[in-house]
Design a protein. Structure first.
Length: 416
């Protein structure tokens, strides 16, 4: 049985204005829709929501022609770039706003966590907000009371539960909000990327809870996140949105791969031949599907495989080395690993390097591979692949995008 059904759903906005802009247009809209029973004439004007280019219409489709079904107990990840329409889709499902076209059917109570503090009254305490949220979902005071201790314990906010939530940090607010949404037994749980505000420990705890909800309770989860590791760990299906439309839908592994591939085609390198006697034939990452596509969490080891091909009966200098250079995307060098090859290298040579986790700060990086005999002979050089280290709840989140450098160096500190 389907828990959620989207049928040709679209959501359109007019840029800059709430009404049509003139009384005559407002009257025309009222006459066409209410008397003639036809579609809004001002919604026929418009274009897809490509935020990277300037359009010619005042109307944009945040979502257009969205159709999909979600079965009861399924966990679906909604993936896409900023502005693709992910949050709008969840707001439509949560009835925060209404669709412009199409129909949405949802069976069961929906608990939503769309933004930090969603559904919380800032002047009320954490305890009062728990009861308020439960009442909004149609639960009795006794039902909420039975879950209260479990909610407070999960959130880790016991000490501040009788403090107004306006004094909570964003992380505490998300903790309590997620605990309320997850424990009040909704049939459908809708979670936007607010979990990114929490620390790594809470993210892991939240992912585990959502797995319990879907697998043990048979409830449906829709999850939006830019953390592909979380997507792969939690979801079974994925929907990829681009410019307000569904670009791809399938199992989560193939959806993540499609998303990463569409945004970055430089996560691996292959060349079959070269004029040089020895050359780089391939460079790639190993690990999970996300890691193979050059997407790593701060807590992941980064493993790089390099293949070198030496042409038969070709001689190379006995001082030949291979240099593996990691640099930022704007070509600032981070580190350089030099490996001696000599003149006895085999026709096909495989080299594997593993960089320890929590060494490179969240950023985008480039791998440059060079084969040369220093100051004597140059053979091959390739800016082989790009990879991204993403912040999955590290201590650096609290600095709000400040420049924290490139690498993590943890000295031994003594305070007297």
């Amino acid at each position: 049985m389907n828990a959620i059904e989207f049928e040709n759903v679209g959501k359109q906005y007019r840029l800059g204005l709430v009404s049509t802009g003139t009384i005559s247009h407002d009257l025309n809209r009222w006459w066409t829709m209410n008397i003639l029973g036809k579609e809004d004439p001002y919604l026929k004007i418009g274009e897809t929501n490509d935020r990277a280019s300037k359009g010619h219409s005042q109307y944009v489709w945040a979502l257009k022609d969205i159709s999909f079904n979600v079965e009861q107990g399924d966990v679906v990840g909604i993936i896409g770039k900023n502005g693709a329409g992910k949050s709008t889709l969840l707001k439509l499902l949560s009835r925060v706003t209404a669709p412009t076209t199409g129909c949405i059917r949802a069976r069961g109570r929906i608990a939503s966590l769309l933004e930090v503090g969603t559904g919380f009254h800032p002047e009320m305490t954490g305890r009062e907000n728990i009861y308020l949220n439960g009442a909004i979902m149609g639960m009795t005071k006794q039902e909420i009371g039975r879950k209260l201790d479990e909610i407070v314990d999960f959130s880790g906010c016991e000490r501040y539960i009788d403090t107004p939530v306006k004094r909570y940090s964003s992380g505490m607010t998300v903790r309590l909000g997620f605990a309320v949404a997850a424990h009040l037994e909704p049939e459908i749980l809708v979670v936007d990327e607010v979990l990114a505000v929490g620390d790594a420990e809470f993210q892991k705890k939240a992912i585990g809870k959502m797995q319990d909800i879907s697998q043990g309770g048979g409830r449906t989860v829709l999850f939006v996140s830019h953390n592909m590791d979380s997507m792969l760990n939690l979801c079974r299906r994925g929907i990829l949105l681009e410019n307000g439309m569904i670009k791809y839908s399938g199992d989560i592994q193939s959806t993540v791969k499609e998303y990463i591939s569409s945004g970055n085609n430089n996560y691996s390198f292959v060349q079959n031949d070269s004029k040089h006697p020895i050359f780089i034939s391939s460079v790639c990452f190993t690990g999970t599907e996300a890691q193979k596509c050059g997407l790593f969490s701060f807590s992941d080891d980064i493993t790089l495989n390099i293949k070198i091909h030496k042409k038969a009966e070709q001689e190379i200098d006995k001082k030949t080395v291979i240099s593996i250079i990691i640099m930022t995307i704007n070509r600032t060098r981070v580190c350089n690993q030099e490996i001696f090859l000599g003149d006895t290298v085999e026709e096909e040579t495989n080299i594997s390097l593993s960089y320890k986790s929590e060494t490179l700060l969240p950023n985008k990086y480039l791998v440059r591979v060079v084969i040369h005999a220093p100051n004597i002979q140059f053979y091959d050089r390739q800016d082989a692949c790009i990879f991204t280290v993403q912040d999955n709840g590290t201590e650096f989140l609290k600095y709000n995008g400040a420049d924290n450098g490139i690498i993590v160096y943890r000295p031994i500190i003594t305070i007297q």
